[in-house]
Design a protein around this ligand. Structure first.
Ligand SMILES: Cc1cc2nc3c(=O)[nH]c(=O)nc-3n(C[C@H](O)[C@H](O)[C@H](O)COP(=O)(O)OP(=O)(O)OC[C@H]3O[C@@H](n4cnc5c(N)ncnc54)[C@H](O)[C@@H]3O)c2cc1C
Length: 295
């Protein structure tokens, strides 16, 4: 095992371009290490590591007009401390692990670990986020949807680094929310989760909507059938809308493939998905109704 702590992106990319002369393997990236060193398959001694957690440029959270750029090494606590970020992303950050995990764990690590219950995925998919990747060969951008391709499977070459996540800040009249359903209070992984990004038009009807569910498919999914059913609906009939979410979500949904595991059965997950979407949507529409700010 070797361990190298980079202080600039160029240093990290140069190390990632090299291979171990004995076994030909590329080095592995570690950031907060909350996933890396907790996973049996990633026994620290079995790899050559490049630590990117001290690269200041990767920790920055910045805004240029309506474009938001979050460095891959920004921690969950950094996100929580940035009050102008969308509510859904800050609600997701609030629910990650304990404070120790939120201080150490990063948004980039969460996306690259690619767990089906990663809390960062639903809010960012609902915001149509993109990722910026870099290697010594150059840079490229991908929609987040194309970056996370399966559980523990991402479209990242062995010499590449996830540099940043970008998305457009929601309009002032849009609302976002994230709901995480767990089996107990406190530090727990989601059984399922839902993120919603919704805008009500001048005619008090839903003018834009994105609904994303995590934990009920190999990768978090946009719920296109629910979005289509709600688009254009008047929001003064909130109870009817929530009722229609429940009935739409109880119909077979091709987007979801919930499984039975230690945290819940497929049937339990399907029932919770309905609750999570309805709560996220209610939170957005009630805030919109009262004219509250989205942050
Ligand atoms: C007790 C505990 C509780 C947890 N609770 C939650 C929870 O409630 N919700 C949740 O979603 N997660 C939870 N997690 C998982 C974890 O904390 C998060 O996924 C965290 O955000 C991972 O970030 P990290 O910086 O620690 O990643 P690391 O462990 O450093 O890395 C994870 C993976 O991503 C790769 N990687 C990291 N950064 C980059 C990069 N910039 N470019 C390319 N590859 C990269 C690494 O090579 C590794 O494969 C928990 C973990 C623990 C141990």
């Amino acid at each position: 095992m070797t361990y190298f702590r980079a202080t600039t992106c160029d240093e990290a990319l140069a190390r990632l371009a090299e291979r171990n002369p004995h076994d030909g393997r590329h080095r592995r990236i570690v950031c907060g290490a909350t996933d890396c060193f907790a996973e049996a398959a990633l026994v620290p001694a079995a790899f050559d590591w490049v630590d990117i957690s001290r690269i200041e440029a990767l920790r920055r959270i910045a805004r240029d007009g309506r474009t938001v750029r979050i460095g891959a090494a920004a921690s969950w606590e950094d996100i929580l401390a940035t009050s102008w970020l969308p509510a859904s992303l800050r609600q997701a950050a609030q629910g990650v692990g304990s404070r120790q995990i939120r201080v150490q764990g990063t948004l980039g690590g969460n996306l690259c670990h690619a767990s089906p219950v990663a809390d960062g995925m639903p809010p960012l998919l609902a915001l149509d986020a993109q990722v910026e990747l870099a290697s010594a060969r150059g840079g490229r951008r991908l929609p987040l949807l194309a970056f996370v391709t399966g559980p523990r499977d991402i479209a990242l070459h062995p010499d590449e680094l996830l540099v940043a996540i970008e998305f457009a800040l929601p309009r002032d009249d849009a609302r976002t929310a994230f709901i995480k359903c767990t089996n107990r209070d406190g530090s727990a992984l989601a059984v399922v989760s839902a993120a919603v990004h919704v805008r009500v038009g001048d005619n008090s009807r839903i003018a834009e909507i994105a609904v994303v569910v995590g934990g009920a498919s190999p990768v978090a999914r946009r719920m296109h059938a629910i979005e289509a059913a709600l688009m254009g609906r008047p929001i003064d009939a909130l109870a009817a809308i929530v009722g229609s979410v429940e009935s739409v979500a109880s119909a077979p949904l091709p987007e979801l493939a919930p499984i039975d595991d230690g945290r819940g059965t497929a049937a339990h997950r399907t029932a919770l998905v309905r609750v999570a979407i309805a709560r996220a949507l209610t939170s957005c529409l009630e805030e919109s109704h009262h004219g509250a700010s989205f942050v």
